[in-house]
Design a protein around this ligand. Sequence first.
Ligand code: SF4
Length: 315
Amino acid sequence: MKETVLPYRAYSEYLKEKYGEKVYKLPVNLPVTCPNRDGKAGTGGCTFCGEIGTGFESLSNRLSPKEQLQQNMEYIRKRYKANKFIAYFQNYSNTYLDVELFEAYLREAILEDIVELCISTRPDCISREHLLVLDRIRKETSVEITIELGLQTVNYHTLKKINRGHTLGEFINGVLEIKKFGFEICTHLILNLPWDDRDDVIENAKILSALEISSIKLHALYLMEDTAMGKMYQNKEFEMIGLQEYQERVITFLQYLSPDIVVQRLIGRAPEENALFVNWNTSWWKIRDEIHGIMEQRNTRQGDKFNYLHGKVFR
Ligand code: SF4
């Protein structure tokens, strides 16, 4: 692994190593839903899910994937002199689709200078048929494939409390199925779920390291007014940990994380409109920079405590 100035294996550096230059991720918004909303896996969705969620920076899904990508590419190309792009199917569960339609949407995104397709979905929406489509596209076009899986926590008690609609078992199964095809896997985690403590944070790092996940994205809870968890927060049914504790959890997580795993983000970005809680009213980059500063001061980095796999007792 190449040593970077940051105390972890940063995604931007990884992309530069892989593609030889800076690569830009462009969101693609498909008219899809989620099986945890429509009754297939559950109803009501995850208790924190505020519908617009991750899609707040996306274009309308009334535009085709091709039109969305072309518009975004034109803008980013001019602004940053960019040459290579990742088509990022970001909202909801992008494999929760009929296989033919899934393939048609993906093929629309194979444009010149698109080097990778990144598909965000749930662990219980990984079928062999969808994976075979991705495999065929990769072989025909040479685009790389990454699948992003929401997990949020490995604590199955907490997963139940947030009405996630799947447990750790389905996540592990999804990962093993994807690995048969050799696609990269990114996993999303929320490090301040109210029922999780630092032991859960460590277990998150250990399980993702044991599974040899490719990359991770860390988030803090984002609570909107009209969500079940937002109402619990307003009724003071749980206490939110402080920003300092969140930062400590991120550092602990990174220390236990395999140094091979790429770190895409330490905290998410979200709109403030109609929000009850967003990142302790602190900008994401300030929180990130402070974590960098603390780690530098303590002379610690990702993987410092990654010593627990492969027969630890014999060492
Ligand atoms: S799986 Fe994602 S889209 Fe579905 S309810 Fe949960 S957070 Fe929302």
